[in-house]
Design a binder for this molecule. Structure first.
Ligand code: PLP
Length: 450
């Protein structure tokens, strides 16, 4: 181990070869953009790095800054670039549709929206066949919550602590991380204990968490609820996979209480987990409503809610309309994304590369006390950093330092968790084993250096 560590310390790892020359850039510099952002883009925008990088070009799993420096993108624009930056098939579909017709709305007919909806429905299990298109994950969850309330006739929504479901007035209520919440009315939303195998009070004991949820319904609600929403793999909360078996029992409890079950697949869908196409499938459940966004469009502003014909029926009480939802350009791009993921067998690729990556990360974990937990599936991984493995004290400072160092070495990862001490590794799904090796070597080199 000492020899390996010494070797890691000797020379910084080098990015894998990649055949792409970025175009020369002559636009605004990082400093100029920063200045304008401060003036024109509001105080709530936050920056990921002490000196933010100015990204000017992307090609598959790589990004290039204003000076042509290449970065391995292990965060995919927050788990959004599924096929790869500027994947030619997606670009082509968008360009061709844009040249022909950029926009109508669903008050007219257009072939792309039905082709896309049909393709998406073909990816869903059970009777999940009716698709509503929106423009983001937040909108998808807003609509899902509305459906749950209308369908059940109840108001109370159950969500998990440590969840992120969006930033609108309604979905902020579902979100349960203090970093994102404002003091506004939360409107009949109840947060129950998170079944987090690493940090949760009941460890991996799914039954104990389910009992607590049931207690909450019995004592904290009229006994009836509108629904339950959860990410099977919490993203913003720090790549937490819910305790095995949890959703199956919870879905039964929720149905008995008159509610519907919503799976938030905004981050975990489209084969990213490797083992299944959707995150909820890893828990052997079929939700009543599924929400999705991010990877669905490879970067296009697109989201969707998929539900059963029975639940969809309640939406016919009033007009349900979204100007851009199902727009021809986004639908054409989204259809291309689904085809690329199938054609390039990205799900099995995620399983293959992901198991290689997690194995290497676990070896690293044995060498460094700083690495408290390595978790996840496929290309949906988390590395939790702690200063004390037993106490699991979040290593906030060390995470921040390593984060900058990784960027300098040419790796962009995500950060997450309530304490910001989890690295989130969720790259474009074309990420290779060589990329995985480079990422681990860079992490090794950076940790060795602090
Ligand atoms: N749900 C989950 C699980 C998310 O991770 C996010 C965004 O990070 C959202 C919903 C909200 O999506 P959007 O930012 O597209 O509104």
């Amino acid at each position: 181990a000492a020899a390996a560590a010494a070797a890691a310390a000797a020379a910084p790892p080098v990015l894998p070869k990649f055949d792409h020359q970025p175009k020369p850039y002559s636009g605004l510099s990082a400093d100029e953009i920063l200045q304008k952002r401060k003036t024109f883009l509001g105080p709530s925008l936050f920056y990921y790095y002490q000196k933010p990088i100015n990204i000017v070009e992307g090609k598959m799993q790589y990004l290039f800054d204003e000076n042509g420096k290449r970065y391995l993108d292990a965060f995919a624009g927050i788990v959004t670039v599924s096929c790869g930056h500027c994947h030619p098939d997606v670009v082509n579909a968008v360009v061709e549709q844009t040249k022909l017709l950029q926009h109508t709305t669903t008050i007219y007919l257009h072939h792309a929206i039905v082709e896309f909806a049909e393709a998406l429905a073909s990816k869903m299990p059970g009777n999940l066949k009716v698709v509503y298109f929106v423009n983001s994950g937040t909108e998808a969850n807003e609509l899902a919550m509305l459906m749950a309330r209308l369908y059940s006739g109840n108001l109370g929504m159950i969500a998990l602590r440590n969840a992120y479901h969006g930033g609108s007035a309604g979905t902020i209520g579902l979100t349960a991380l203090n970093t994102w919440k404002y003091q506004i009315p939360q409107g009949e939303i109840h947060h129950v204990i998170n079944p987090d195998p690493y940090r949760g009070v009941f460890g991996s004991n799914a039954d104990a968490y389910v009992r607590e949820l049931k207690d909450h319904i019995d004592y904290g609600t009229p006994g009836k609820v509108a629904g339950f929403i959860a990410e099977t793999f919490q993203g913003v909360g720090g790549a937490v996979e819910l305790a095995p078996g949890y959703l199956k029992s919870v879905y039964d409890v929720i149905h008995q209480a008159g509610g519907v079950c919503i799976a938030d697949e905004v981050q975990s869908g489209f084969g990213r987990t490797g083992s299944h196409y959707w995150g909820f499938e890893t828990q052997g459940v079929i939700p009543d409503i599924v929400t999705m966004a991010k990877g669905i469009g490879n970067g296009l502003p697109l989201g969707a809610v998929v539900t059963t014909p029975e639940i969809a029926q309640v939406m016919s009480q009033k007009i349900q309309f979204n100007t851009f939802g199902g727009n021809p350009v986004c639908s054409s791009g989204g259809l291309a994304v689904l085809r690329v993921l199938d054609k390039e067998r990205r799900q099995s690729h995620c399983a293959d590369v992901g198991s290689h990556l997690i194995e290497r990360l676990r070896t690293l974990q044995q060498r460094y006390d700083l690495i408290g937990d390595v978790r996840g599936r496929g290309l949906m991984l988390g590395i939790e950093l702690v200063t004390d493995k037993k106490e699991k004290t979040p290593a906030k400072l060390e995470t921040a330092v390593l984060f900058e160092k990784l960027k300098d070495l040419g790796v962009l990862v995500g950060k997450g968790g309530l304490h910001g001490n989890v690295f989130r590794i969720k790259p474009p799904m074309c990420f290779t084993k060589d990329d995985a090796d480079f990422l681990v070597d860079a992490l090794d080199y950076a940790i060795w250096g602090i």
